[in-house]
Write a protein that binds this ligand. Sequence first.
Ligand SMILES: C[S@@+](CC[C@H](N)C(=O)[O-])C[C@H]1O[C@@H](n2cnc3c(N)ncnc32)[C@H](O)[C@@H]1O
Length: 253
Amino acid sequence: MLVAWILSLLNPAPLRLRRRGYVRESGLLHARARRCRGAWAPHLARARAAVTGAVAACGRRRLAVVLGSGLLDDVPLHALAAAFDAVHLVDAVHPWPTRIAVWAHPNVVLATAEISAGLADEVLRAACAGADLVVSANLLSQLPILPVDAYEARGGEAPPRLGSDIVAAHLAALDAVAARGARVCLITDTVQREEDRAGRVTDTLDLLHGVPLPAPAAAWDWEIAPFGEAARHRRLIHRVHAYPDWGAARGQG
Ligand SMILES: C[S@@+](CC[C@H](N)C(=O)[O-])C[C@H]1O[C@@H](n2cnc3c(N)ncnc32)[C@H](O)[C@@H]1O
């Protein structure tokens, strides 16, 4: 908690996004990613491999855009920077490790923006204009969290369809990007399951609020909270889907 709090103070972000909780979330993610480094390693390697595959399949390589770039743990920055004329990293918060990593790559630009805050998602469309490759990097399931929390923090309840509308809007925006010829690589966690030490599933949670996805090109388990992280005798596992060619998966290919 202390590490997350210190990181929240240090990470630069516009006041509006800080007030909405993005900087705090980024600090919590950073601290957990470092605590769970070993457990997360297989997931991060598979996610990076999915992006690398999308890069290899990309014919035109002027601009690559990464949505939800965060700590760049699941983003092969060097491969992207070497393959494309320009790389734009889009996130509400660019933590210091990311700011330092991009110094070595003059063709990498940081864009600070809140994606999918409005359902028409003008931010995403503007960020992706002219892109040859767009990567949505473990972002989709995160999008509804703070908007839904904001209602609950005021003692109310979020509109029942808010989460699913946000998820559907992000997918629709990716559809539009793919439809105009860019390659879209979507990596997202989909379902959380809680397991006890005997391997019994004790709870599940749909991270995409009921929005269905097509069959993935690859899928794997991400042990996001090993035993002792969230609870002593429970662990949390997320099922991750990877679509190195989202347009083809949606039947646009
Ligand atoms: C689970 S992390 C993704 C992992 C990230 N690719 C990495 O390697 O660290 C989700 C990221 O999405 C960002 N994020 C969540 N909601 C967002 C939003 N509405 N707009 C922009 N970024 C958002 C967070 O700041 C965080 O960096």
